[in-house]
Design a protein around this ligand. Structure first.
Ligand SMILES: Nc1ncnc2c1ncn2[C@@H]1O[C@H](COP(=O)(O)OP(=O)(O)OP(=O)(O)O)[C@@H](O)[C@H]1O
Length: 252
């Protein structure tokens, strides 16, 4: 970890659905520069907490802070502009455009040029060097001309990550980045996350515990909406309550 500063923090964060408390008085902090994983059995409240943090859901009570400022009532788009970017959600991929065009559009969007991308092809070329550098980083340079919808699944997720990176995030939030992937893609994606985490902060919800063990600096374990353990993989995996949650729970 590069610093001890909390870049993202919650205080008493709570969310109920018709009286059912899905996230209950959660106080947690993500340190700047870390890869932080949110784990827990099914129904633990991971997605709800993730949606609260990215402002896709509003809390019933409590507060959220990003880089020292309260963002409890900010919009997802506003947060993205501030560098808190949720991958696989905000940065949607246009299936019938090429990989290069998709990343170029994300770059344009960052520069406030979203609406006129079809007007001046020459003007768009100015982005292409930056696009190709980004694709090379992600290992997608040989796919630049391919249409997004035709990409193999793992490469599609990599493209989503590339469009996220084009927004120049400080904090990247990943919702189950390994979901639906085979072993080879999982290894490649884990390495990619470690690579893009350099100089940034990554918070991810992930079910694949071996990936979590390999790449996380910090792990928060949720059960029934509450934090039951926090620490490195060695610490949380030795915690009896965590072991019980995983044995007793129906995780996949
Ligand atoms: N919109 C909603 N309305 C009612 N209940 C909800 C809603 N969203 C989540 N819940 C409930 O809140 C609890 C936590 O759900 P959540 O999806 O956050 O868990 P999770 O840890 O992400 O689970 P999984 O690993 O299965 O995705 C569950 O009992 C779920 O049924």
């Amino acid at each position: 970890m590069e610093t001890e500063k909390a870049i993202l923090k919650t205080r008493g964060l709570t969310r109920s659905f018709s009286g059912f408390v899905a996230v209950n008085d959660v106080n947690f902090a993500v340190k700047e520069g870390s890869i932080h994983a949110l784990i827990g059995p099914n129904g633990a409240g991971k997605s709800t907490l993730f949606n609260l943090l990215t402002r896709f859901l509003s809390p019933s009570s409590g507060q959220i802070f990003y880089d020292g400022s309260e963002i409890t009532h900010a919009s997802p788009a506003n947060l993205a502009r501030q560098g808190l970017v949720r991958s696989f959600q905000i940065s949607s991929v246009f299936p019938h455009l090429s990989v290069l065009e998709n990343v170029r559009i994300a770059l344009q969007s960052r520069h406030g040029e979203t609406m006129d991308f079809w007007l001046s092809d020459r003007r768009l070329k100015k982005y292409d060097d930056e696009v190709m550098a980004l694709l090379a980083d992600i290992g997608l340079e040989t796919y630049a001309k391919r249409i997004a919808v035709e990409l193999p699944y793992g490469r599609k997720r990599a493209l989503e990550l590339a469009t996220t990176l084009a927004m120049n995030p400080r904090v990247i939030l990943l919702d189950e980045p390994m979901a639906g992937m085979g072993q080879e893609d999982i290894q490649r994606t884990a390495a990619l996350i470690q690579k893009v985490a350099k100089g940034r902060t990554v918070l991810m919800v992930e079910h694949n515990l071996s990936v979590v063990a390999d790449i996380s600096d910090m792990i928060t374990v949720l059960r029934r909406g509450e934090i039951i353990a926090e620490g490195t993989y060695d610490i949380v995996s030795a915690n009896p309550e965590v072991r019980q949650a995983y044995i007793g729970g129906s995780h996949d």
